[in-house]
Design a binder for this molecule. Structure first.
Ligand code: ATP
Ligand code: MG
Length: 388
């Protein structure tokens, strides 16, 4: 049997909510690993997963928020001969030096941790070519002695940290096919928010490929969540109405106000408390402070912009790390890139937005649009692999 030990992330500092945090993490792991044959045990400090293929499973666990570290441990009987045998088996022969760290959960164990480390170290020296280096060892062999057996492991794999997805309730992410919004989604998932995605499409001005690209991005995000849904907004009628009724330079500002209005109403409908997007201060005309002021004015909900203060290169770094970059740079048009005026207003004025919006009955279009939102679920791993 192989065993994976999971140390919890930041959640252990939140005493009152600890049980909820741990239960949520367990459920998330179960969802992620539902095709694997595993047994989970947990206590207040750790989770233990019994499994057959610890290497493969630990790869998946590296994408679960709420995990501080992962170790692949081997369980043996409490006698030192069995521990030695396993130690020699798992210590990497390409490495030279080692030290033993012993932890005793079972304090009734007859000898001290120091003494145990010394004894085991001496046995390893005698039975192998490794040498001891207590200050800077190539291998740290950790031995944890418990009542029901001894766990032994060499490497601690760093987890993602953050909070288990779901402990903070729902948030609605405006997900485009760009680089920024998937990163914004990832960072918000990291804080435990259960992200739902809202995608605005304008067929026939936007293509099926553009939509599939967004679904692919959602699928990548789903590896970090397990419960991603994409809500697709039919935005054509609204965009054409704006095009017909508003001056060129205000088209983008008003289009984004309509996006925010739809997001606001729809968030209410699905019980999302916050809106999330990939806006970054100053990146384009619609993201100057004056633009943000005018656009944000249509909602009272908190709008979280995780990448607001990052440079594009910093956002790209994260996109590469989380695996969305290669998909994001595929060249399909977005509803923001059609009907783009040559010179969008950089410093829009709120009273003008209100005035231009009086030119058409946007309320009825809003209602019709929201009534026709399509929900896409079932983002199983690799489901959308063939889309692009
Ligand atoms: P990038 O993600 O690289 O910035 P972009 O699609 O974000 O490209 P922007 O004009 O910067 O282009 O859009 C700002 C934000 O508005 C996006 O990060 C996203 O949150 C939201 N957004 C833009 N277009 C759409 C869309 N078609 N559907 C949903 N959200 C969108
Ligand atoms: Mg952007």
């Amino acid at each position: 049997m192989e065993l994976i030990l999971i140390k919890y992330g930041e959640l252990t500092t939140k005493k009152d909510n600890r049980k909820f945090f741990i239960d949520t993490l367990e459920n998330n792991i179960k969802t992620l690993l539902k095709e694997e044959n595993i047994v989970i045990h947990k206590d207040r400090v750790r989770m233990y997963i019994e499994c057959e293929n610890a290497l493969k499973i630990s790869e998946k666990l590296k994408k679960v928020f709420g995990i501080l570290s992962i170790v692949i441990a081997y369980k043996v009987n409490n006698n030192i001969e069995d521990v030695l045998k396993k130690a020699l088996e798992i210590m990497d022969k390409d490495k030279k030096t080692f030290k033993v760290v012993t932890k005793r959960a079972d304090k009734r164990f007859p000898i001290s941790s120091m003494e145990y480390s010394k004894n085991l170290g001496a046995l390893i020296l005698k039975n192998s070519n490794f040498t001891v280096d207590v200050h800077n060892p190539d291998i740290t062999l950790t031995v944890e002695i418990r009542t029901n057996g001894t766990f032994i492991y060499t490497d601690e794999i760093k987890g993602l940290g953050g909070y288990p997805v779901g402990i903070q309730g729902k948030g609605l992410l405006m997900l485009s096919g760009g680089i920024d919004s998937p990163v914004a989604g990832y960072l918000t998932l990291k804080r435990g928010v259960d992200i739902h995605c809202l995608y605005f499409e304008s067929p026939p001005h936007t293509s099926m490929e553009a939509k599939n690209k967004v679904l692919k991005l959602a699928q990548i995000l789903n590896n970090y969540s397990g419960k991603i849904k994409v809500h697709v907004v039919p935005f054509t009628k609204m965009q054409e109405a704006i095009y017909k009724n508003c001056p060129d330079i205000y088209m983008i500002t008003i289009m984004r106000r309509m996006m925010y209005r739809i997001a606001d109403i729809y968030a209410e409908k699905i019980g999302a408390k916050i809106l999330v997007n990939g806006e970054s201060i100053g990146q384009v005309a619609s993201q100057t402070l004056n633009s943000m002021y005018c656009i944000n004015n249509v909602t009272n909900k908190p709008v979280i912009r995780p990448v607001a203060c990052l440079d594009k290169l910093e956002i790209i770094d994260i996109a590469k790390k989380i695996g969305t970059y290669e998909t994001s740079i595929l060249p399909y048009e977005d509803c923001c890139t059609i009907f783009v005026p040559k010179h969008p207003v950089i410093n829009p004025v709120l009273s003008k937005c209100l005035m231009y919006e009086k030119n058409f009955d946007y309320e009825s279009i809003l209602k019709e649009t929201i009534d026709n939102i399509e929900v896409i679920t079932n983002f199983k791993q690799d489901n959308f692999e063939d889309l692009l």
